[in-house]
Design a binder for this molecule. Structure first.
Ligand code: HEM
Length: 402
């Protein structure tokens, strides 16, 4: 069931994007010849305290895009665009057709867990004359020594994340939102990703990435007492930033995996890099996937069983003054380079109430010498303020833009 699907990893679905199994009978499915199957019928609420697509279980298909406001477009145009986008997202996530000139790409499909998540980049606030309302948490990320960033595929005024368990439903949403942008905003970059399809494994388990690792195990869980405080902006911010209460900050990094190099390592070497076994994701100190790693345990050779530079050791909150983030990535594969190397890796997307207590300190630490570093390359970067979820009749970002 969907409720169990995230049990081991992103065990999610609480506030903001509640999952509902429903027989979708919206106008968009009229004439489709029957109700969609249970995968198609799964609907994630667009409205809520938080936007959907943050605590929603990983979907099989994702598109992430950035747009820049067109020359001459400012606050008025941005507000009108956010209203159009929210209207479209509200309808599509309910399994209905787009408000204007629906393309028919998703006719006969249910919402298939579609989520659409909107964010604002640093430059959005200059463009709209709202720099006084821009939180410091949106200050540009520091440079990291291993960065190999492509500016054309980084940042942007507006950010959109689309996720669905059906590729046609996801593409349909992408087209509708691009058309809504009209003259107001132009696509800056787009990336496409995927995760395992629901139902592909016998038992629900945490996702695997393209290195074959179980990835997402030690994510903060919504059931933990400090989850909300770590992931969502709390009501303690100054009044000029109150529009972000209930929102979150997304860090987006296109991380290429050097898979040929990785695949040359023995299984034992690969497991030392992370500090967990490949098959089950259990810590090298024993137990199962959910067992806490025994970081102090010393092996017969006198060395820590979980190596001192193991990725899961270095990135753990206890090693970083409590810094934590919710990782919710998609894998990507954009073909094969001329030298035969796959252009593949992780669209790393992580969520936190404040990047200076989430991504930034952890990435600083990883950048100084994590065993995984020689197998990956950060190729693009974005940081976005993702406002709280819309209420009935409201558009996303209205509390900033109206
Ligand atoms: C843990 C893979 C990049 C932060 C893990 C784990 C794997 C993994 C397999 C262990 C299982 C788990 O708890 O999820 C990767 C890969 C990356 C990558 C393949 C790049 C392609 C990053 C980056 C950050 C990060 C850039 C943040 C700056 C974390 C954190 C944990 C973790 C916070 C949990 C540590 C804990 O509390 O035990 N990662 N990771 N990872 N990773 Fe990464």
């Amino acid at each position: 069931t969907v409720g169990a699907a995230g049990a081991a990893g992103l065990a999610l679905g609480a506030a903001g994007g509640a999952l509902v199994h429903s027989e979708v009978s919206g106008s968009g499915t009229a004439g489709s010849g029957g109700a969609p199957g249970s995968l198609g019928a799964t609907r994630v609420d667009f409205q809520g305290d938080h936007q959907a697509g943050i605590t929603t279980p990983l979907q099989a298909k994702g598109h992430v895009l950035a747009f820049d406001l067109a020359p001459g477009a400012g606050r008025t145009e941005a507000a009108a665009l956010m209203r159009r986008w929210s209207d479209t997202a509200r309808r599509l996530t309910a399994g209905e057709t787009a408000p204007v000139a629906d393309t028919g790409i998703a006719l006969g499909s249910g919402p298939s867990s579609l989520t659409v998540t909107f964010g604002f980049g640093h430059s959005f606030f200059e463009r709209t004359g709202l720099t006084a309302r821009r939180p410091a948490a949106l200050d540009p990320l520091p440079d990291f020594s291993a960065d190999r960033l492509d500016a054309r595929r980084s940042n942007g005024d507006l950010w959109v994340q689309i996720g669905s368990d059906d590729a046609l439903v996801a593409f349909h949403a992408l087209r509708a939102l691009q058309k809504d942008a009209g003259e107001a905003a132009r696509p800056r970059w787009q990336m496409n990703g995927f995760n395992r399809s629901p139902g592909a494994t016998a038992s629900p388990m945490t996702a695997r990435n393209l290195m074959g690792q179980v990835d997402g195990t030690n994510n903060p869980k919504p059931t933990e007492a400090d989850f909300d405080r770590r992931i969502f902006v709390q009501g303690t911010v100054p009044p000029e930033h109150a529009w972000m209460v209930g929102g979150s900050y997304a860090v987006v990094r296109r991380i290429r995996m050097l898979l040929d190099h990785w695949d040359q390592q023995s299984l034992a070497q690969q497991e030392q890099v992370i500090g967990r076994t490949k098959a089950t994701g259990a810590p090298l100190t024993g137990g199962d996937e959910t067992t806490a790693p025994a970081l102090d345990k010393i092996g017969a050779d006198g060395k820590p069983v979980i190596p001192s530079n193991a990725h899961a050791r270095i990135s753990a909150p206890a090693q970083n003054g409590g810094a934590a983030m919710l990782r919710r990535p998609f894998s990507f594969h954009d073909g094969i380079d001329a030298d035969g190397a796959p252009d593949a890796g992780l669209l790393f997307i992580c969520w936190q109430a404040d990047p200076s207590r989430g991504f930034v300190p952890v990435q600083r630490k990883l950048d100084r010498g994590d065993a995984l570093s020689e197998f990956i390359r950060h190729e693009s970067s974005g940081l976005y303020a993702v406002p709280p979820g819309a209420r009935a009749g409201e558009y996303v970002g209205q509390r900033l833009l109206e």
